[in-house]
Design a protein around this ligand. Structure first.
Ligand SMILES: Nc1ncnc2c1ncn2[C@@H]1O[C@H](COP(=O)(O)OP(=O)(O)O)[C@@H](O)[C@H]1O
Ligand SMILES: [Mg+2]
Ligand SMILES: [Zn+2]
Length: 563
């Protein structure tokens, strides 16, 4: 009888299992040390070996020569488990037996010792589908399990397993399998089946499965049924609706040439060939992602699922783009892919998408634009830190976005000219005001250090005074001009303590109070602290810091979200 390849080549031992090293090692140790849990959860993408491992595990536990991590596969127990006829290994498909009755039966059955073997092993497939009542019944069993019971719950959606159950089980997550290992397994299967396949054909088939061994093996079946015992990449590709790298390269070539007309032709050709445009877009996204990875990690990388030749040609294409461009293209392509999923007009969406790619290529970065404005217009030296670019072997320089926990910190860390550019996005950069004089910058720095040091010492009022004061430092003298109303709360000795605590020795501190220094935002922005909420909002250090960073900003209104 003909058996599909996926079932015929179900791994019968840990050694045959592809990838999943962490699962193999842990279970192997557990069995050899006789530390068998009563509940296991195998979670992960379909077709990655959950059911197979559950059955191997059952054989490990019940093999006549066991418990052993290398079951003999010839004894009655082993053989029956393989054929699915073992009385003490019960497989339940929760997708069809999800009710309370089945679980009651199960609870009954759990109470009796195994008929012949060492353990009663319950393998529950699609375990996330059982009902709550059934889960409760299962929980009762797991709370006081008879010594001979082992449950193995297999699921693609482990988050749907109640935590009460999960916490009583050992959990293993099955990963999508490694491309190279999958290729090796398929090559081996082809030899067993007397099939000749070129490396690229197998690579295409491995791709189709997207990490699921079962799906790839099903595609292999399909290819053999269609193409016979010799598999060539072009036919296999056509059969599975995959696109060649050449097709993808047409897009990148048009991109390099900024050729919008060519892009429209590409879509037209696809349409006439009856290709699935959404599928094409997904492949394009994958291709651009691979180019980006080749750019960042080099052509030797393990992170691209492709043959060495393909990787090499990808690296060559990637070299013609910047890392930033590729990142942008990837984003655009993913957006188009998302649009296509709901689109009634896939052709139009793909056309727009490819044209957007051409336009995206013409965008320049803020850094480049600023650089073009010439010297005087750049940031002041104190404010311009070199962008943190990740070094990459291919020499790409792309400013990785800096990560700030606090969005205000991000704004504050930006030199003001840049913040303006951001705020007026799209407007001409030339409107950016000249950088502020450097003295103001030290003022802000010193102020925040004083403020922080005062708070550290528990001097809240002094800290508030620093917030509101004009502070400058020159020739070893720190001059602080605070608003008049601080006169009684900001004591000179406290200020001196703060300065000393900052370790600033040899400086002199001068504190003056003046009516001309107004605390809070400039008058135009001054919002009367008419109620409690407004008062608190205006006094909030973050708000103050914001206003300090953007002196021209206005607080227009304060809204209490709790109301
Ligand atoms: N890790 C793996 N190594 C080798 N073959 C695998 C692996 N995972 C899946 N397979 C193949 O796919 C088929 C289905 O696997 P299965 O264990 O039922 O997957 P799952 O239960 O995770 O959906 C197996 O018969 C086997 O041919
Ligand atoms: Mg399964
Ligand atoms: Zn055996």
């Amino acid at each position: 009888m003909y058996q599909v390849i996926a079932r015929k080549y179900r791994p019968q031992s840990f050694a045959e299992l592809v990838s999943q090293e962490h699962v193999k090692t842990t279970l192997d140790n557990a069995i050899n040390q006789r530390r068998i849990a009563h509940g296991y959860i195998f979670s992960g993408q379909r077709g990655t070996g959950k059911t197979s491992v559950a059955r191997i595990m059952a054989r490990c536990l019940n093999c006549l020569e066991g418990p052993t991590s290398t079951p003999c596969n010839v004894c009655a127990s082993c053989k029956e488990i393989t054929s699915g006829g073992a009385v003490d290994v019960i497989e339940i498909d929760a997708a069809s037996n999800r009710g309370i009755n089945e679980m009651r039966e199960l609870r009954e059955s759990v109470r009796y010792r195994p008929a012949r073997d060492r353990y009663k092993v319950f393998i529950v497939d699609e375990a996330h589908q059982i009902t709550n009542e059934a889960f409760n019944a299962l929980l009762k069993t797991l709370e006081e399990p008879p010594e001979w019971v082992v449950f193995i719950l297999c699921t693609t959606e482990s988050h749907k397993i109640p935590t009460t159950i999960a916490s009583r089980c050992q959990q293993f997550s099955f990963r999508s399998v490694d491309f190279d290992e999958l290729l090796k397994r398929m090559e081996w299967i082809c030899v067993q089946e007397g099939i000749t396949a070129d490396a690229e054909a197998l690579a295409v088939i491995a791709h189709v499965g997207e990490g699921s061994v079962r799906d790839s093996l099903s595609a292999l079946d399909q290819a053999i049924a269609c193409c016979g015992s010799t598999l060539h990449a072009p036919e296999v590709r056509a059969l599975l609706g995959m696109f060649s790298q050449d097709a993808m390269n047409q897009v990148t070539t048009a991109l390099l040439a900024s050729d919008s007309a060519r892009m429209l032709d590409i879509v037209d050709e696809l349409e006439r060939k009856g290709a699935n445009l959404q599928h094409f877009c997904r492949e394009l996204a994958r291709h651009i992602r691979n180019l980006l990875v080749a750019k960042i990690s080099g052509e030797e990388t393990r992170l691209i699922a492709a043959s060495p030749n393909e990787k090499k040609s990808m690296a060559a294409v990637a070299a013609q783009f910047s890392e930033m461009d590729l990142t942008r293209y990837l984003q655009v392509t993913l957006d188009v892919f998302k649009d296509l999923q709901y689109s009634l007009q896939p052709r139009l969406h793909l056309e727009i998408g490819l044209l957007k790619l051409v336009h995206a290529a013409k965008l320049t970065s803020i850094e480049e634009a600023i650089a073009k404005l010439g010297p005087g217009s750049g940031p002041s030296p104190s404010a311009s830190k070199p962008p943190q670019s990740r070094p990459s072997p291919s020499g790409a320089s792309f400013a990785a976005p800096r990560v700030f926990d606090d969005p205000l910190a991000e704004l504050a860390a930006m030199p003001p000219w840049q913040a303006t550019v951001k705020a007026t996005a799209g407007n001409a950069f030339v409107d950016a005001p000249p950088p502020k004089p450097a003295v103001k910058k030290t003022d802000g720095d010193l102020r925040s250090r004083l403020y922080a040091a005062a708070l550290e010492l528990g001097l809240k009022f002094t800290a508030d005074g620093f917030e509101a004061a004009e502070i400058s430092e020159s020739n070893g003298v720190i001059e602080i001009v605070a608003p008049e109303e601080c006169e009684f709360t900001m004591k000179e000795q406290d200020v001196n303590r703060v300065v000393a605590a900052m370790g600033m020795t040899g400086v002199r501190v001068k504190v003056r109070f003046s009516a001309s220094v107004v605390s809070g935002p400039p008058p135009a922005a001054k919002l009367a602290a008419s109620d409690d909420a407004t008062g608190r909002a205006l006094a909030n250090p973050t708000v103050k810091r914001f206003q300090e960073t953007f002196p021209d900003s206005l607080v227009r209104s304060v809204r209490n979200l709790k109301e």
